[in-house]
Design a protein around this ligand. Sequence first.
Ligand code: 5GP
Length: 123
Amino acid sequence: MPWTYDPQNIFARILRGEIPNKTVAETTHTLVFHDIRPHAPVHVLAIPRGAYVNFDHFAAEASAEEIVDFHRTVAQVIADLGLAGPEGYRAITNSGVSGMQEVPHYHLHILGGRVLGRLVDPA
Ligand code: 5GP
């Protein structure tokens, strides 16, 4: 398997309650909380409770229940934060070196509250 999970990563520590977070929503399989260094008026992070390194790890190995719970929880948060409909938002995930992933626990960034610009800077 190409994925090696580091149980000492900061989001694993948040999930164990060792580090506080500003929770937006939580379910059996999913936690959503405010990013500590927001890049937009709304910037929350959705993470599965399971030990998955990145998106492709989660998509390949999480159970159907975890995957459905994660996405339905994100959709509910998007609605609750007033981002659904024409207002809109951006959902992004980073992985590895090219993606400049900082925390090696799968997370989806949900950003909104302003026009966010182009997705990627021109090289
Ligand atoms: P990445 O670059 O891995 O996609 O994003 C990691 C995100 O985690 C960054 O936006 C960073 O601000 C956020 N982050 C890092 N440490 C903490 C923390 O201790 N608490 C919270 N709430 N967010 C964090």
